[in-house]
Design a binder for this molecule. Structure first.
Ligand code: C5P
Length: 211
């Protein structure tokens, strides 16, 4: 069974996805890390993001076992990732890996921007997680403070708003709620309440009474 969780930057979809996968005993993939790792590799190799051949080559060579690198979480990488993510060829090169990951037994939870629409339109459960830009910036800023970042709240809010605009406005696989996705608005919810709401959706959709 596949569970697709989409939503804008810092909406909490990653935390929810990881926790849901733990509870269900499923595999979990934060697909944003693929775009982040690709952006990091392109910058390290001084490769132009518009150089189609080189971008596809880098995407095919991506070290998917190294996605745990904490450096991938840096705000500058998120910005670069959203620029490379506009490239259709880069997206296509990452598609097969995501689909193979999703097909694993006993099931998989994937989070991103286009999981319910493009990567796994057949997903059994789709959840679209949102929160206001200010609340998302507040959460991300708090996280960054804990890792000694000097970024101000306004810097973080601007980064989020810029990426939202780019992710929603791009022509390929834009960030959009799939018609059959459940909306989970978390602005006023703490993580445990949001998790319970997500589990209730999964329970209703799948009939798993143990959740
Ligand atoms: O989720 P995260 O913020 O780490 O993603 C970084 C960037 O990667 C996003 O801003 C988005 O442009 C891109 N992305 C995407 N499709 C996905 C996951 C992430 O385009 N499935």
């Amino acid at each position: 069974m596949i569970i697709a969780i989409d939503g804008p930057a810092a909406s909490g979809k990653g935390t929810l996805g990881r926790r849901i996968a733990e509870i269900l005993g499923y595999h979990y993939l934060d697909t944003g890390l693929l775009y982040r790792a690709l952006a990091r590799d392109l910058m390290a190799g001084d490769i132009d993001f518009d150089d189609e051949t080189a971008v596809v080559c880098a995407a095919r060579k991506l070290d998917v076992d190294g996605l745990g690198d904490p450096g991938l979480r840096a705000p500058g990488i998120g910005e670069a990732a959203s620029i490379v993510a506009k490239n259709m060829h880069a997206r296509n090169a990452l598609l097969e890996f995501q689909r193979e990951f999703a097909a694993q037994s006993p099931g998989a939870v994937l989070d991103g921007r286009d999981i319910g629409t493009i990567v796994c339109p057949e997903a059994r459960v789709k959840i679209f997680v949102t929160a206001s830009p200010e609340e998302r910036a507040r959460r991300r800023h708090l996280e960054l403070e804990q890792s000694n970042s000097q970024l101000s709240f306004n810097d973080v809010l601007q980064d989020i708003e810029r990426r939202d605009k780019r992710d929603r406005g791009r022509t390929v696989a834009p960030l959009v709620r799939s018609e059959d996705a459940h909306l989970l608005e978390t602005t006023d919810l703490d993580i445990e309440t949001a998790l319970n709401a997500a589990l209730a959706i999964i329970r209703d959709e799948t009939g798993r009474s143990d959740l």
